[in-house]
Design a protein around this ligand. Structure first.
Ligand code: SF4
Ligand code: MG
Length: 334
């Protein structure tokens, strides 16, 4: 298994100053992760926990007030190690869409409303490859047919398509140059359940056809359960647990992850659905110690003052940051 992208002690804050008062929102606060080539890596957590910010920084697509204050992001592409911070604009442009692609949140904003879909595809392809209109059309037709999308969408304007079809067209557009690394931000949000299934299926197909790596950001644990190989749970700017999807679903150890799993709809009606008490903290003044302590039913004294360290639970790579789990493990080994 080789790593395609990694973050090392990454800190990315929104730093603003108004009327002489500086405000720092710690949206990504000391995150380390390694994503394997060819996997679907899910990033989960409630809204406001830093998911989209993490995506922006991993993608290298951000501007002030968002600032990387510490740590690094490294890409491993074409047998090269590239430090994201030291990349030039030209280098980044070269990678974008061809190697590293992005499916943004809300497909409505991506497709030009006054251009037919075929023209949008041509604009996009010809910006990266030296092709004629006929060549880009042929490429687009072949790709849509490979993905099972109807060719007739090419003559439509975006508003003539359903929300689900628009989202599928956006996904096709973002991946037509066969990128190695695809980021998707809430790709199924705002779609109804049946349409969601089609979008999930499409993402899986694209990912499997070329063995691309997909980094999937969504608050929807059901989507992660369907698509992700591994899941990282974000809470208040930190990863609190990470593991294979099976482990996260069957054996979550962090109390926050346990809440997320138990808030999923369950086919077994005897299992009670619970919602998480309270709300996520404001990140300009996060709680001391464990950031989850105000909402945690297991919180002990030290949770209020000491930040739990991330520890590895087993050889599958399952890791979490919770004092209770650390204590249990140390009792088990003593
Ligand atoms: Fe709860 Fe303490 Fe674990 Fe945080 S460290 S999740 S407050 S038990
Ligand atoms: Mg978001």
């Amino acid at each position: 298994m080789s790593t395609i992208i990694e973050a090392d002690n990454l800190k990315a804050y929104y730093i603003t100053k108004a009327y002489g008062v500086e405000r720092t929102v710690k949206a990504v606060d000391n995150i380390s992760l390694k994503i394997n080539e060819g996997e679907v890596y899910g990033i989960a957590g409630e809204s406001g926990c830093g998911k989209s910010t993490l995506l922006k920084v991993l993608l290298g697509e951000f501007e002030p007030p968002l600032t990387v204050v510490d740590g690094s992001v490294t890409y491993h592409l074409d047998n090269q190690e590239i430090d994201s911070a030291s990349m030039s604009k030209a280098q980044r442009r070269n990678l974008r869409w061809k190697k590293i692609s992005y499916i943004p949140q809300g497909s409505m904003h991506v497709l030009n409303p006054v251009r037919r879909i075929r023209a949008t595809f041509h604009d996009f392809i010809s910006a990266h490859l030296n092709v004629t209109k006929a060549e880009s059309l042929k490429m687009t037709q072949a790709y849509l047919s490979e993905l099972g999308l109807p060719e007739k969408v090419l003559n439509s304007f975006p508003h003539q398509l359903s929300g689900g079809m628009r989202q599928r067209v956006t996904i096709a557009l973002a991946t037509i140059l066969w990128p190695n690394l695809i980021f998707a931000d809430e790709p199924t949000t705002a779609l109804d359940v049946v349409v969601q299934r089609g979008v999930i299926q499409l993402l899986r197909e694209i990912q499997q056809k070329k063995g691309s790596t997909l980094i999937l950001i969504t608050h929807d644990m059901g989507v992660h359960a369907n698509l992700a190989d591994r899941i990282a749970i974000l809470y208040a700017g930190k990863i609190v647990e990470e593991g294979t999807t099976r482990t996260i679903l069957k054996n979550p150890r962090h109390p926050y992850t346990q809440f997320l799993i138990r808030s999923l709809p369950n086919l077994d009606e005897r299992v009670e659905r619970v919602s998480i008490p309270g709300r996520p903290p404001a990140l300009d003044n996060p709680p001391s110690g464990c950031r989850f302590h105000e909402r945690c039913p297991l919180a002990m004294d030290k949770c209020l003052t000491i930040e739990p360290e991330m520890i590895q639970i087993d050889e599958t790579g399952h890791r979490t940051a919770c004092h209770v789990v650390t204590e249990e493990l140390s009792h088990a080994t003593n």
